[in-house]
Design a protein around this ligand. Sequence first.
Ligand SMILES: [Zn+2]
Length: 323
Amino acid sequence: MRLGLDIGGTKTDAVAVDAAGVVVDRIRLVTGFGPDAVIRTALEGIDRIAAAVGLTPSDVETIGIGIPGQVDVGTGSVSHAVNLGFDELEVGGLLARALGREVKVENDVKAAALGAYHLMTAGVPEGAPRSMAYLNLGTGLAAGLVIDGALWRGARGAAGEIGHIPVDPGGVLCPCGQRGCLETVASGSAIARQWATDDPIPARSLLAAAEAGDEGARAIRSLLVDNVAAAVRVLVLTVDVETVMIGGGLSNLGAWLLDEVKRVLASWAGESPFLASLELDTRVQLVPAGFPAAAVGAALVGAPATRPSGAPAGEKRVATWQK
Ligand SMILES: [Zn+2]
């Protein structure tokens, strides 16, 4: 059994994943704010999810944490976790000392990439994709890359940070210091900045207004769709991943978003034989609503990488998680 936690700004998801790669239990907690409260939330989540499957934290194979911010996967220390109320915290070390065992820590988008890849390949017979990009459309925009069944972090952990590719030289200033980053036009924060509303879900209000014929809303909506499509194109052109899976808060826009992004990709293919040859519109999918991708990925962070190509014929890919 492996345990995974996804510590978010408001809630924490905890899952237990069995040796066959199946999520056998799941609980949700409110995340405390500030360093002490975040560690307390993590410990409570680990205790409760272990108890839910009749175990203690020392009995399980691996425990992993997915958390926003910059993560040093070697030491488990986390920096710039603004939404959680700290700038620097030794998350892995503090949890390991409290529990008397190793705890892996990974950036939440990278963990979600692993979780989404697991979902995509679990139980799939020979021919499952070996590579995938997880495109997270949340408050920000970032991607996680899975290459040959393993996370690709890059030399300094920045692989997949495509939200900070500038796409508009005259655009607004991004918190990263550049101007007109992809994230400033295709993310939850981009919508919130451009579309003033009392709706706690600005995207919902934006779509309703666009549907009702509001020209301003329509312009923001097409900027969003065009740039999500541009993000898919960037991911395929840089790493040629087989599939791009879209997740994060904005993916709750569901089939509408997927259809629109596919429509834009298909229209580009109509103008470019090169893009047409890449069949971009057939390579994008949505993570199913409600699937706890980051928590599942966190549970699998300590597991050996899946290498679908190496799986014996007829055996399910998920079996490769078994020790
Ligand atoms: Zn930026």
